[in-house]
Design a protein around this ligand. Structure first.
Ligand SMILES: [Zn+2]
Ligand SMILES: [Zn+2]
Ligand SMILES: [Zn+2]
Length: 190
């Protein structure tokens, strides 16, 4: 059985259940940082809070803007570099997933803990992200993993391509994928 949730650039309609408390997530993040010989600063904590407060796929720039639009957070004067660094740390520790959406749109992030598992189809023309879950696909994958004697911790499946709407509008996705993301600047706006 397949479930599909769709959004333009962001949004989650799936998986709002069984969310571990922010306290637990914060503790896990702190532990991860300790392992990296880093501290959980107020700035890092605020970024973690913010990304766990939204069920959307957000860019580093959006996060930066939100951190500066909010009175409490803006007092912390969190730099762009800190936002980017913290996001990549969180991705490394499995606290967020990074999604490259192609062309010059860059990367969107979503938090991972507490989300029901889902995979993504990413339109490289319009940036739409379709979230899907397919039991059959998951089972085939689980069998392939088992055959290798591999113990899975987590997985992500991202499919880059052209959504039905963009195909109808005659867009080909000839830009390729996230690899050629930098190439499409002059074509992206039409
Ligand atoms: Zn999956
Ligand atoms: Zn599209
Ligand atoms: Zn998602």
């Amino acid at each position: 059985m397949a479930r599909v949730g769709e959004s333009v650039g962001s949004g989650h309609r799936l998986g709002r259940r069984a969310i571990p408390t922010l306290k637990k997530i914060t503790e896990a993040f702190e532990q991860f940082l300790h392992g990296q010989k880093l501290r959980l600063t107020k700035q890092r904590l605020e970024i973690l809070r913010l990304i766990y407060a939204t069920h959307k796929h957000v860019s580093a720039e959006e996060l930066y803007d939100r951190l500066h639009g909010d009175g409490r957070a803006s007092a912390l004067r969190i730099s762009r570099a800190t936002v980017y660094r913290t996001l990549s740390l969180m991705a490394e520790g499995g606290f967020v997933q990074a999604l490259e959406i192609g062309r010059d749109r860059g990367t969107l992030y979503e938090h991972t803990l507490g989300h029901e598992h889902h995979d993504h189809m990413i339109c490289i023309e319009c940036g739409r992200i379709i979230e899907f879950h397919d039991d059959e696909l998951e089972q085939v994958q689980a069998r392939a993993i088992k055959r290798q004697g591999f113990r899975e911790v987590s997985h992500r499946l991202n499919v880059w391509g052209v959504c039905a709407r963009c195909q109808k509008a005659g867009k080909s996705g000839s830009g390729g994928g996230p690899v050629s993301a930098e190439r499409g600047r002059d074509q992206a706006g039409d």
